[in-house]
Design a protein. Sequence first.
Length: 348
Amino acid sequence: MAGTLDQLQEKIASAKNALQKSASNVAELEKQFLAKHGTVNTLMAELKTLAPELRKEAGQLLNAFRQEVEHVVAGAKTSPARAGWTDFTMPGIKPNTDHVHPVSQAMDEITRIFERIGFIRVRYPEVDWEWYPFDSLNMPKDHPARDEWETFVIDDPFRHFKLGKMVLTPHTSNGQVREMERLKSTPPIRMINIARCYRRQADVTHTEMFHQFEGLVVDKGITIQHLKGTIDHFAREFYGPKAKSRIRPFHFMFTEPSFEVDFSCTICDGTGRVNGEKCRFCKSGWHEVGGAGMVHPNVLKAGNIDPEKYTGFAFGWGIERTYTLRKGLKLDDIRLLYSGDMRFLEQF
Ligand code: PHE
């Protein structure tokens, strides 16, 4: 028997009633109305049972009904209060808040450690005339020691007759004589210079760009004890109360005597052993971090300071290495620090 429009309208009306009842439950709505055998499809199928001249109007009614169902379902999906049962005490999804890059974190901490004992943080140019990173530091033009600081030279239209070529400074020691000049060659000087440095070397343990921090103290009566005390202070503050430092004889053109500085290993506390086995992080209990020494008289002279009246010490080493040692981190590839890879950086 062919159906009538009235019958169809009745069915649609009762379906609308049911729609209002479960209007906030998305799963139920989808099952009851939109699924393959749901109300919408079932009613649509009835079109075929109608006389052809009724089908146009019936189709319009059914389409309007389908749109209403879809509208209600969409509303239920976007409104949490209507999406069935909602637990408002559930912790929210934590938004991805960024943090300071590990190297910047280390720089801030290092600055604070030295500021507490009277050092002043400065920054000197990363692009500098070679006088500052080399000649002023007692390294004559052709001295082979300069090769150790494999340096990028810049095409320089303003080549300075006295100060030489422009370079990307390969160490923060370029700040030594600059600081003496800033203070008009009048000690006391207590400088902490943190800056980027550049060397022509890139492999798993080196990046062409890295960071160093440089300490310089010049005053009357400054001795190696002050140097050692300052380094010990840093070791304890940065690596913890058990950390120790040691200095070993070395050679730099700009310090005399010169030392290499080691810190005790943070994994085995300097013993070289973990649970009776050789510490795998350090092997010997110590890590070499950088250089230090008593400021060479020629460097004081380059800064117009009388080496007969004043003495000083200087030290300098890499931030990246200093930082990863604290974490007991053996980075397979130090270049990861500058890769911008969030999977790596988010760990710090
Ligand atoms: N500038 C030296 C380097 O980069 C380290 C150093 C700094 C040594 C200060 C002595 C004094 O290797």
